[in-house]
Design a protein around this ligand. Structure first.
Ligand code: FAD
Ligand code: SF4
Length: 534
């Protein structure tokens, strides 16, 4: 075992955050194993208003503990502060101060965090601690801040498709010289299949908790047992080795059909053909380049078709990098907008899952059980409802940040604020992703088991998504009718007879008023007002 360096000889204190579990992290790159110390700390701070899903806490703490072991095995001295260590100040700044007092370093090195507010706090550390603090770029992404700023400069709109083509050229994925392989940049039109009846997607690869993870589950149950979600079904990888196995499993079992069923939803099949890799990418156990390399290799070997591989690579080098680029380019002002003036509180069933709307019940129940829902459930079920019902953007953003194991500010915020809520007025999406029950009925089997009828626009048993959809168009007419991409929805609205419009408006209002009155039996204990500060 490596002896800890004596205080006077410690040169650099290197801080590694819970989503920075990467061996060649910029903050670790030039480490001096004889003189430097790595600080890792599990801290709970009251910086956020809602409690994280219990599986999210287990995933991060367990992955941190395994990563610390890996660093130690590599001869690096790690000062690791556990959540319930006596004296833990439960804030990163506080733990840094305590570690400086323990080790007497002459400088601090850290990689930039994934939240703007954390970066602002970090910039104040030097003054607070009285030592130089070097904040290095997080270069675990394929597009640097500078590259994104160059692309965004002088553009009127930031459209994914333009960015994606640049990323294909920059990375060379699926390129044949200057042209896209297959003669097309995007095969999305092939990717809209509903799942055939009785079709069984591949089983998800689960990882049995080892002794370290089992101890973390007990810790989380003790301290955060009232938080949203459960730990019983915890099966996430918490080491790089297991995350690589999850990648291999995806490439072999799911990638070939990834594209075809990308937009499908099915009861009892929460993962379908999705990668289930975002939790590992976002904490650094996998890199975006290696997951794209693996998908591109599967295509080169004839093991997966082009529409699937292009679709997957687009999600990673396109959407993921674009979302991150926009976040850092536009924060902090980006989070402050509320273009549709939405102010309704979040209905309680987002926490309990108890609602008669079967699509919402299914998506939220799966989220409680797994800490995961796939993109179409997030966008077209929980997100679509929040948009149509006019939920306050900050309230639904806090929910997404709390309940998904892959959620970090840089990725959750633009997806929710821009893509789902249109709160940025069209910076990210050219029109709101508003849809009636017909879309959910087409892409899922949820409606067949629902007490509402997706084909009814109004009257008894009408699907609330239908009422809210038409109501949304009316309420936001002043803001949206001029949008060329909304021409068709408004044409359809204009076709409704005035009497039916009145009925829809009245029924939508009554439904919305009922939302705030949650039945007493539907309310479990509220989520704890505590969350983790990475
Ligand atoms: P797949 O569907 O198999 O996609 C493959 C990979 O592409 C993902 O692992 C992910 O890294 C990347 N990706 C795909 N779409 C996006 C996207 N829109 N933004 C960023 N990366 C993308 N993703 C997160 O990682 N964290 C979040 O907090 C998050 N919040 C979201 C909130 C809302 C309202 C919506 C609509 C989407 C959100 N997403 C978020 C994007 C997307 O839903 C998830 O990345 C995806 O569901 C993760 O599951 P998967 O690995 O099986 O992804
Ligand atoms: Fe959802 Fe409406 Fe279908 Fe019920 S009928 S599952 S509420 S879309």
């Amino acid at each position: 075992m490596t002896a800890p360096p004596q205080p006077s000889s410690v040169k650099t204190l290197r801080l590694v955050l819970g989503d920075q579990l990467t061996a060649d992290l910029s903050a670790l790159r030039d480490i001096d194993r004889d003189r430097d110390i790595v600080l890792m700390a599990e801290v709970a701070s009251a910086s956020s208003t809602v409690g994280y899903h219990q599986q999210k806490l287990v995933l991060i703490y367990a992955a941190m503990r395994h990563f610390a072991e890996q660093l130690r095995a590599d001869g690096i001295v790690v000062d690791y502060v556990c959540l319930d260590d006596p004296g833990n100040s439960q804030s990163l700044g506080g733990e840094l101060e305590r570690a400086v007092a323990r080790h007497g370093p002459n400088r601090i090195v850290v990689t930039e965090p994934g939240a703007h507010r954390a970066l602002v706090a970090m910039r104040g550390w030097s003054t607070r601690i009285g030592l130089p603090v070097f904040i290095r770029d997080d270069d675990r992404f394929l597009c640097s801040h500078r590259r994104f700023a160059d692309w965004a400069q002088d553009r009127k709109g930031f459209r994914l498709e333009h960015f994606y083509r640049q990323m294909r050229r920059d990375t060379g994925y699926l390129m044949d010289g200057a042209e896209p392989v297959g003669g097309q940049w995007n095969f999305d039109h092939d990717n809209r299949g509903a799942l055939p009846k009785g079709h069984r997607p591949p089983a998800r690869l689960r990882f049995e908790p080892d002794a370290i993870t089992t101890a973390v589950i007990a810790l989380v149950t003790r301290h955060f047992g009232d938080n949203f979600g459960e730990t019983e079904h915890f099966g996430w990888a918490v080491t790089r080795r297991d995350a690589l196995e999850a990648l291999d499993h995806f490439i072999a079992e799911a990638l070939p059909d990834f594209g075809r069923y990308q937009d499908a939803m099915q009861t009892g099949a929460p993962f379908l053909y999705h990668a289930i890799l975002s939790p590992y990418l976002n904490i650094g156990l996998l890199s975006p380049r290696e997951v794209c390399d693996a998908a591109a290799a599967a295509y080169a070997q004839g093991a997966a078709p082009l529409n699937a591989v292009e679709g997957f690579i687009r999600q990673v080098i396109g959407w993921r990098e674009y979302i991150r680029g926009l976040y850092w380019h536009l924060m902090p002002d980006y989070a402050q907008t509320n273009a549709l003036g939405a102010h309704r509180p979040l209905p309680w069933f987002y926490w309990s899952g108890k609602t008669a709307l079967n699509c919402l019940h299914q998506a939220i129940s799966e989220t409680r059980r797994n800490g995961y829902a796939h993109h179409i459930q997030r966008l077209m079920v929980t997100g679509n409802f929040a948009l149509l019902a006019g939920i306050e953007p900050a309230a639904i953003e806090a929910w997404y940040l709390a309940v998904y194991v892959d959620a970090y500010d840089w990725v959750e915020l633009p997806n929710t604020h821009g893509m789902v809520m249109f709160a940025d007025g069209g910076v990210l999406a050219s029109k709101p992703y508003a849809a009636s029950g017909a879309y959910i009925n087409r892409m899922s089997d949820y409606c067949a088991a629902c007490r509402y009828d997706p084909k009814r626009r109004s009257g008894p048993g009408a699907c609330p998504f239908n009422l809210l959809y038409w109501n949304f168009l009316e309420v936001n007419e002043g803001r949206l009718r001029g949008n060329a991409r909304m021409a068709m929805p408004y044409k359809n609205l204009d076709r409704l007879a005035p009497a039916e419009r009145d009925t829809i408006r009245n029924e939508a209002q009554a439904f919305l008023e009922g939302l705030t009155q949650a039945p007493a039996e539907a309310a479990p204990s509220p989520p704890r007002q505590i969350s983790m500060d990475l």
